[in-house]
Design a protein around this ligand. Structure first.
Ligand SMILES: [Ca+2]
Ligand SMILES: [Ca+2]
Ligand SMILES: [Ca+2]
Length: 172
């Protein structure tokens, strides 16, 4: 009887430890899954916000703002005109504040579009000093002009716009 009891105790003790281990592992797993869910949400939420933007439509809107004479091409002179419109204090720099104001005149109460256009600003601001110079736009023009004819057409502009904002059109 004595032997039987100690044998059972050993078994229970063994099962008990395993039970605790099991519960501990389950809790760890739940904790891990919660963390992953939170992480996924944190990653997905900004992406979801950007999905609300029709990126091709926005690219075309921006293209049309550059293409002042509406001939289907952006010429270097039009880039200069575009730059001057943003540079309200005429210090040859577009600050993030100036850029924000100009974006607001076209996209007030539209935070997703605003965010996409600010992504564009940050992508162009290579040295992260929150200012864009005419040379940043000149570099953008050269990069966009894929066929090197000194003009940027709509297709070339779309490509560089998707590239810089990091957003591709969905189902197009
Ligand atoms: Ca033009
Ligand atoms: Ca300025
Ligand atoms: Ca071209």
């Amino acid at each position: 009887m004595q032997i039987m009891s100690s044998y059972l105790n050993t078994i229970f003790a063994h099962v008990g430890v395993n039970k605790i281990n099991f519960i501990h592992k389950s809790l760890l797993l739940i904790h891990f899954e919660r963390k992953m869910l939170l992480l996924t949400l944190l990653i997905a939420l900004p992406a979801l916000a950007f999905c609300q933007v029709d990126i091709q439509h926005l690219a075309d809107l921006q293209f049309n703002r550059f293409d002042v004479d509406q001939d289907g091409n952006i010429e270097p002179l039009e880039v200069a005109t575009y730059f001057r419109r943003f540079d309200t204090n005429q210090d040859q720099q577009i600050s993030r504040i100036e850029y924000n104001k100009e974006v607001d005149t076209h996209h007030a109460n539209d935070p997703p579009t605003h965010n996409v256009l600010l992504r564009l600003f940050d992508a162009l601001d290579y040295n992260n000093d929150s200012h864009l110079s005419q040379s940043d736009y000149d570099a953008l023009f050269v990069a966009a002009d894929a066929n090197k004819n000194h003009l940027v057409n709509q297709a070339e502009f779309r490509t560089v716009f998707y590239d810089l904002t990091g957003i591709l059109p969905v189902g197009k």
